[in-house]
Design a protein around this ligand. Structure first.
Ligand code: PMP
Length: 489
């Protein structure tokens, strides 16, 4: 390793120079990652971590084909997108080939936030409407226009300076395990209709106020809100209502796209529905900033007619597009969607075995390389097991596995690994979770918390550090005390 700074120096410089609201994973004991490859990340000592949460480095960290494509293009040319370049048009063509025929016009941008902000602009100019419908718990990006409609962040602003604008309307999160309508009280069909009625009610209110709908925006599966898989038929029914009201349907595939579901390239497709605008990001550049908006010819024409040109300095630059093309090649050549299906099947079996064995696991939901475990203190009341989820994430890290937790109660364990995650990795993860859940059932979590309080200090792991060794999940050791820190992306 060619470290410039000691970890403690990195931490010091970060607190000295980097804005304090910038997020770190494992805040209480952050990781310094020096290298990564495939589904493994290596810290500054060479310790390997199994990465179960990096949906950005989609085809595997530092995939050689992607790295080479970027390097090669950097040697040759990088410039803004006002010149003709083959990479831009070829990537646009390749993306359109993965979409339903109506989605045929592409805009390149640099981040998911930019993509969603542009999607809102497209909807506004196309519909001339002002009102936006978003889902409870949604997160769509960090810019002003998106914090407006991301209750995931908006609800936590305490200084009163950013509140929900009146043109933003929040529909119920279609979470049939812990949402407003639940699988204990309603059948699957009823659930979809009940959650759709929340959107329909909003549309009625918009019309009653003599206003016009601009768009409905949602992830095709809600990741930030706690790995939510919508009831069957929900999205297509919502899309129908939104279109009938003259609105545009925006599918945010920033987290859930690019084959993560295994069966389809796009999650909306897996649900048999057709959006008017699709936003894509994170996996698209495998870590390099690259994102896009894909829409219909009609919406693109309305935007062109709005009177101004669209220019984005870096969006669609030759290097980013070379990388984007390589990512698409790797998904195909490495058969990563097939892998997502195969590993998804194993996870389905293993995680449901954990649910049968451990009362802590209230709900297991997911598909392909996208899974959530909703942890509960009590299966009947579904009281969220927030402290337990924090313990699981902390203990998994000690086992050299990276997991995170999310949802309004931070009690949902999230899995969204790079697409090269193997069956063997899935088995390791399940074994580790089994051990950790057993510890919780045996009261070890409470013991550690008490231990910390009485000691006043954290106990450091005495485990010798494995150098560049794949994590095997066989070792159990006592770690530091319980830290409650949000691990959100
Ligand atoms: N949409 C979703 C669903 C996201 O999860 C994120 C990022 N977490 C964004 C949009 C914003 O993307 P970016 O951080 O690249 O701006």
């Amino acid at each position: 390793s060619c470290q410039i700074l000691k970890k403690s120096e990195t931490i010091d410089l970060r607190s000295k120079y980097v804005g304090p609201s910038c997020t770190l994973f494992f805040k209480a004991d952050p990781l310094k990652i020096d290298e990564a490859s495939g589904q493994y990340m290596y810290d500054e000592t060479g310790q390997a971590y199994l990465d179960c949460i990096n949906n950005v480095c989609h085809v595997g960290h530092c995939h050689p084909a992607v790295v080479e494509a970027g390097c090669k293009q950097m040697h040759k040319l990088n410039t803004n997108s006002r010149f003709l370049h083959d990479n831009l048009v070829l990537l646009a063509q390749r993306l359109v080939e993965t979409m339903p025929p109506s989605l045929c016009m592409v805009y390149f941008v640099n981040s998911g936030s930019e993509a969603n902000d542009l999607a809102l602009r497209l909807a506004k100019h196309h519909t001339k409407g002002s009102e936006i419908i978003t889902l409870e718990r949604a997160y769509h990006g960090h810019v002003l226009s998106l914090i407006d409609l991301s209750t995931y962040k908006l609800n936590h602003i305490t200084d009163g300076m950013h509140t929900k604008p009146d043109f933003v309307h929040i529909a119920e999160c279609p979470d049939s395990y812990r949402g407003k309508y639940r699988d204990t009280d309603h059948s699957k069909d009823q659930l979809a209709d009940l959650f759709v009625s929340s959107v329909d009610g909003i549309i009625d209110e918009i019309h009653a106020a003599d206003k016009h709908l601009s768009c409905f925006i949602a992830e095709s599966m809600q990741s930030c809100g706690g790995q939510i898989i919508y009831p069957d038929g929900y999205l297509s029914k919502v899309f129908r209502s939104v279109r009938a009201a003259g609105g545009v349907c925006i599918a945010d595939e920033v987290q859930v796209g690019f084959g993560r579901v295994g069966t389809h390239m796009w999650s909306f497709d897996a649900q048999g529905c057709l959006p008017d605008v699709v936003t894509i990001g994170k996996p698209m550049g495998n870590g390099h900033p690259l994102a896009a908006v894909v829409t219909t010819r009609e919406i693109a024409a309305s935007f062109a007619a709005c009177g101004i040109e669209y220019f984005n300095t870096y969006g669609g630059n030759p290097v980013s597009c070379a990388i984007g093309l390589a990512v698409l090649d790797v998904i195909k050549n490495d058969k990563l969607m097939e892998n997502a299906l195969k590993v998804g099947d194993v996870l389905n079996t293993k995680l449901n075995e954990l649910k049968s064995k451990h009362q802590l696991v209230g709900d297991v939901r997911g598909v392909g390389m996208f899974w959530g475990l909703d942890l509960v203190k009590d299966r009947a009341t579904r009281e969220p097991a927030t402290e337990e989820a924090a313990y699981v994430v902390k203990r998994a890290k000690e086992e050299h596995t990276l997991l995170s937790r999310d949802g309004p109660h931070d009690n949902v364990i999230k899995f969204k690994a790079p697409m090269c995650f193997s069956v063997e990795n899935a088995e390791t993860l399940a074994k580790q979770l089994d051990l950790i859940f057993t510890e919780i059932a045996e009261g070890k979590m409470a013991q550690q918390a008490t231990h910390k309080v009485s000691n006043g200090t954290s106990q450091a792991s005495s485990e010798p550090v494995a150098k560049k060794l794949k994590t095997n999940g066989n070792t159990l050791h006592t770690g530091e005390g319980l830290h409650m820190n949000g691990q959100k992306t």
